[in-house]
Design a protein around this ligand. Structure first.
Ligand SMILES: Cc1cn([C@H]2C[C@H](O)[C@@H](COP(=O)(O)OP(=O)(O)O[C@H]3O[C@H](C)C(=O)[C@H](O)[C@H]3O)O2)c(=O)[nH]c1=O
Length: 196
């Protein structure tokens, strides 16, 4: 029986969409729509990327104050960790840990203000989309914390990872929060759930 992508620890975070991709197969192969505006997710994509990773690679943890993101694993096996750092969010401080398999291509669409990172168990390829181009956000809205920060509560199963030299120097969650002063992601938002 093929493995199924799912949440394996933590809880669903406010404004995160988990989308099962409907792969339509026939005698020639298959056709899968991987994104639709009418899904009513938080994302308005302006850039799509394909990312290939070798076993043991960790990408992140990153956080962006301005843009939303999309992630779908096309082949391979990975973990995706999210943590809500948004002041005033109904799920502030909540984490989600997903185990994904390329076989079902489940998509995760998540809003600005969530720490996010992905770990790859084997050679993998994923697509991701952002609502602000890298050329515009890369210099001033590309925050991060260490994947193994003691105050990041995500229960990663691995002891060591291969990451970028930039990620090696990332701060802890509390150090990152001290850099995100005067950040009001829900200012002027009208969702009743935000009224407390
Ligand atoms: C993000 C990005 C990167 N690049 C170039 C810059 C570097 O030469 C190379 C790898 O970039 P970086 O090390 O920033 O990529 P990751 O550390 O894997 O970051 C990725 O994983 C974490 C979890 C994220 O949230 C990032 O948005 C996502 O891109 O691709 C581009 O050309 N365009 C892009 O949009």
């Amino acid at each position: 029986m093929s493995s199924c992508s799912k949440l394996i620890a933590g809880k669903l975070i406010y404004e995160v969409s988990e989308v099962c991709i409907d792969e339509k197969t026939d005698s020639r192969g298959s056709f899968s729509e991987v994104f639709q505006n009418h899904w009513d997710s938080c994302l308005d994509p302006v850039q799509w990327s394909v990312v290939k990773s070798v076993p043991g690679v960790f990408r992140g943890m990153h956080l962006h104050k301005r843009h939303d993101e999309y992630f779908s694993l096309l082949s391979g096996h990975c973990l995706v960790g999210l943590m809500d750092l948004r002041p005033g969010s109904p799920t502030e401080g909540v984490y989600s840990l997903y185990e994904l398999y390329g076989a079902d291509m489940k998509a995760l669409i998540f809003p600005k203000g969530l720490l996010h990172g992905w770990y790859f168990f084997e050679d993998s390829m994923h697509i991701q989309a952002v609502s602000e181009s890298y050329v515009d956000y890369g210099k001033d809205d590309n925050w991060g914390c260490r994947w193994d920060a003691p105050d990041l509560e995500i229960p990663w199963p691995m002891d060591s990872v291969h990451m970028s030299s930039r990620a090696e120097g990332f701060p802890t969650v509390s150090e990152l929060k001290s850099m995100l002063q005067d950040w009001e992601p829900f200012k002027d938002q009208k969702d009743p759930i935000l009224q407390g």
